[in-house]
Ligand binder design. Sequence first.
Ligand code: 13P
Ligand code: SF4
Length: 306
Amino acid sequence: MNELVEKINRLRRERRAIILAHTYQTGDIQDVADFVGDSYGLSKKAAEVKDADIIVFCGVRFMAETAAVLNPGRTVIMPDEDAGCPMADMITGDQLRKFKAEHPGAPVVCYVNSTAEVKAESTVCCTSSNAVKVVQSLGDVPEILFVPDKYLGSFVERKLGRKLVLWNGFCPTHAMIRTETVLRVKAEHPQAKVMVHPECVPEVQDLADFVLSTGQMCDLVKTTEIREFIIGTEDGIMHTLRRTAPHIAFHHLSPFLRCPNMKKTTLAKIAHALETLETKITVPAGIAEASRRSIQAMLDIAGKGG
Ligand code: 13P
Ligand code: SF4
């Protein structure tokens, strides 16, 4: 076995640690993790951790913050504290307060790809797997603010046939996918069905057979009769999908679909984090309390009726 993996396994036992990894992490990290999932699965898992003292979070900062908020009794560490999410930084707490003041009384749905401060200012959180259900749960109110992802927001708008007031944020990695690329790769693999993430631009979503969160993609391939897919999301998921469904052929839409922040985590940094217990991710108490309310509201809605 790889020396680093042996070291991680030894330290994980000694530290009573659990390693959680997002599906966008590299294959070697997914293989060493105790749990691999999408943002929603990781939030639920982080909240449930009881038998470990330390959560090593392999993903980006907002995910580790969410784990810290949901499980204050555990120490959450990130192997690379600089792994942020540019979309999460496209709206600050101050900007959201101003946005709310311009739309008095309107509930705020915030994509989990946001800072704890933004979550603290929001009515309810969502992930890409439950955004439609969360918005629907707010009922027939005159206005709903949706931050920060305008493309996930427009996906929800089209699913529900209603307008939302969208913030102008986006994921720089997914927004790079062009319709010409989708058409070219479709022509190369005419039998394949196309799955893309709702962070893609609407024109790309329109060309896809399925618009799904990463967790939903992994669920679909467990049961489908389809034997060939083109995948329009970050390349870490290629490993997850091939491991989940080795009998299916998967083609990645573009080698440029790589999130530089998701790729900052390495096995060496995980071993170092377990050794030093750095870098600890903490959220100030007041913000943690308020953001827990909006995250818990999402978990309650998403947990209802499957
Ligand atoms: P998921 O909600 O599918 O895990 O996506 C998270 C993310 O960062 C997508 O870019
Ligand atoms: Fe953020 Fe996009 Fe990276 Fe996801 S893929 S973490 S939304 S930058």
